[in-house]
Design a protein around this ligand. Structure first.
Ligand SMILES: Cc1cc2nc3c(=O)[nH]c(=O)nc-3n(C[C@H](O)[C@H](O)[C@H](O)COP(=O)(O)O)c2cc1C
Length: 186
């Protein structure tokens, strides 16, 4: 798939199954992430690959965070649902923003870069026919989640990129650039 076709046709894939991306595909995905725009080349990102039984640990962590948020109470059905969430895809990539103090690059720019890196990976997945969806949610921003994933105090979770084989592919929404673009002349 050529670059413009990939950029114009990417859609998120909700329903994913085995197999996940191959090591080569995953490497291409990370190489794309590393080409995100990045003021002063700070490389304000790192990635965690969560596959196989590690998804069980992630599900347990999600349930634990929810329990903490809800005052140590968790409905058994919700507990089971949260534990199951990571099994919606064979491969999950956690995108982490690694923020440093810099005289020219405020933290928000570094966060934008890390998010751009996630988007680059989404397109690279699609370009290789790897289905993917970027997921987040309130649990993600909780300190217990950050701690459980081993994030340092200067790091933030940008999102979980769920990847695998598409079961269903959505049609590409037909958006018209003229609805979003205006000339500005002061
Ligand atoms: C930062 C961020 C967080 C998101 N979190 C979720 C999420 O937790 N659950 C979800 O279903 N979609 C989430 N989405 C939206 C999907 O990734 C997707 O972009 C959306 O469903 C639109 O589909 P499309 O990408 O095919 O246009 C998130 C998107 C972004 C950018």
């Amino acid at each position: 798939m050529d670059a413009l076709t990939a950029l114009h046709s990417r859609t998120s894939v909700n329903l994913l199954s085995e197999p996940g991306p191959t090591p080569d595909q995953l490497n291409n995905i990370f190489k794309a992430g590393l080409r995100a725009c990045d003021h002063k080349n700070l490389r304000p990102w790192r990635y965690l690959v969560i596959e196989g039984s590690a998804r069980q640990q992630l599900g347990q962590l999600m349930a634990k965070v929810k329990r903490t948020m809800d005052g140590d109470h968790l409905d058994p059905d919700l507990d089971a649902k949260l534990r199951d969430k990571p099994f919606r895809a064979p491969t999950i990539v956690a995108v982490i923003a690694h923020l440093v103090e810099h005289e020219k690059v405020p933290e928000i720019e570094q966060l934008y870069s890390a998010a751009a890196s996630a988007q680059m990976m989404m397109v690279a997945a699609h370009a290789q026919n790897v289905g993917a969806i970027w997921r987040s949610g309130a649990l993600m921003f909780h300190t217990e989640m950050q701690r459980g994933l081993g994030l340092a105090s200067n790091e933030q979770l940008v999102g979980f990129l769920y990847m695998g084989t598409a079961k269903v592919v959505k049609p590409v929404p037909q958006l018209d650039p003229t609805d979003f673009v205006r000339e500005w002349s002061g």
